[in-house]
Design a protein around this ligand. Structure first.
Ligand code: FAQ
Length: 320
């Protein structure tokens, strides 16, 4: 994505009216006037979110054929299918900002657009599927429940529906984790290993720390975000520690301790060098993920062409 236009002070009547609507907590709809920078920030964030949903199907999709029972297979199949739906809702919501979906997909496939760092890690065992539901969907719920109150109507409404489905996703993941955690020593070891590998990358999902988050000022001012990256990360940690204790699993952080004054769980330093590597395209699976998306796009080109032809014929046909 290109850089957003610079923040030029704008005291025109529409700009003043827009800021007043934001301050009053009103929802902005597609046909309403909006600053170009607001539109640009939304397209950037929403399209990255949509890409994340679609790329996010790959790590779990990898286990559909190897799920350990029919019930687990059905749940996982439904979950992965839900993620495709989430991508579609968010692409549609992004299109209301006047950008074509094809352009957004091109940005993903060319490597110009980002998608969530978390989907660049491999799913090595069945326990990883449990951890993705528990941690990754759990983190998504913390982030997206707040986005359901974002100032841009189409995005906020998409989030309401998505969060309902994410709750099911989290539960199915936690159930897998709880089952393995109370299983044989080998199953316990497998799930502990998955927890160890997924914990820190999940904390990175919330983005850079607030001091290094260039987009937060705009997004918080315009009430797209309601809480900062660090605030949401802390909320996730506070919620998740008790869930880990309930299934007697250890979170891989020797610095994790409850602060009785702040009433929050303190945690250790995130490896920001790793985060930067992953979001720059150098994570463990970046090339594999983009390769899979490019192949799927090429294989589906016939369908896009057939649809375009149908649209062409329909618009060329004389009105009845
Ligand atoms: N990965 O200035 P900020 C899901 C980039 S959940 C990659 O702080 P912002 C569910 C950021 O884009 C996952 N890049 O940015 C699911 C920016 O780059 P740019 C998706 C990241 O926007 C579960 C730069 O770093 N959820 O898919 C990441 O204010 C299971 C500077 O960062 C969403 O997208 C990262 N983790 O805050 C699906 C939620 N973090 O564009 C399948 C909506 C930051 O300037 C299976 N998005 N960057 O070049 C958000 O809440 C925000 O966009 C943040 C980033 C919090 C992700």
């Amino acid at each position: 994505m290109s850089a957003p236009p610079p923040p030029i002070p704008d005291d025109s009547a529409p700009a003043v009216a827009f800021e007043a609507r934001i301050d009053a907590g009103e929802t902005i709809e597609p046909k309403d006037w909006m600053p170009e920078r607001y539109r640009h920030q939304l397209v950037r964030m929403m399209s990255q979110h949509a890409h994340s949903e679609i790329v996010g199907m790959l790590p779990e999709g990898n286990w559909i054929t190897r799920a350990p029972s029919l019930r687990r297979k059905l749940c996982l199949l439904a979950k992965v299918q839900d993620e495709a739906g989430h991508g579609l809702y968010i692409y549609c919501a992004t299109e209301t900002l006047g950008v074509a979906r094809a352009e957004l997909i091109d940005q993903l496939l060319s490597g110009k657009a980002k998608y969530s760092s978390i989907f660049n890690y491999p799913t090595l065992t069945w326990a990883d599927i449990g951890c993705i539901g528990w941690f990754v969907d759990g983190a998504a719920i913390v982030n997206q429940t707040v986005l359901a109150k974002a100032s841009y109507g189409p995005y906020a409404r998409a989030m309401v529906r998505i969060c309902k489905e994410e709750n099911f996703h989290k539960r199915q993941g936690y159930e897998i984790v709880a089952t393995l955690a109370s299983g044989t020593p080998a199953q316990r070891a497998m799930v502990q290993d998955a927890v160890n590998r997924w914990w820190w990358p999940t904390l990175m999902m919330f983005g850079p720390s607030d001091v290094n988050s260039p987009n937060s000022a705009d997004l918080l001012r315009w009430r797209v975000k309601r809480f900062s990256n660090d605030e949401l990360r802390q909320r996730f940690v506070d919620l998740t520690v008790a869930q880990a204790q309930a299934v007697k699993l250890t979170l891989p952080d020797p610095k994790l301790r409850y602060n009785t004054e702040s009433k929050h769980w303190e945690f250790g330093e995130i490896d920001w060098a790793e985060f930067k590597q992953v979001i720059s395209g150098n994570g463990p699976c970046n090339r594999e993920r983009l390769g899979a998306r490019r192949a799927a796009h090429a294989e589906g080109a016939w369908a896009a062409a057939a649809f375009a032809e149908k649209q062409r014929r329909r618009s060329a046909a004389p009105a009845a």
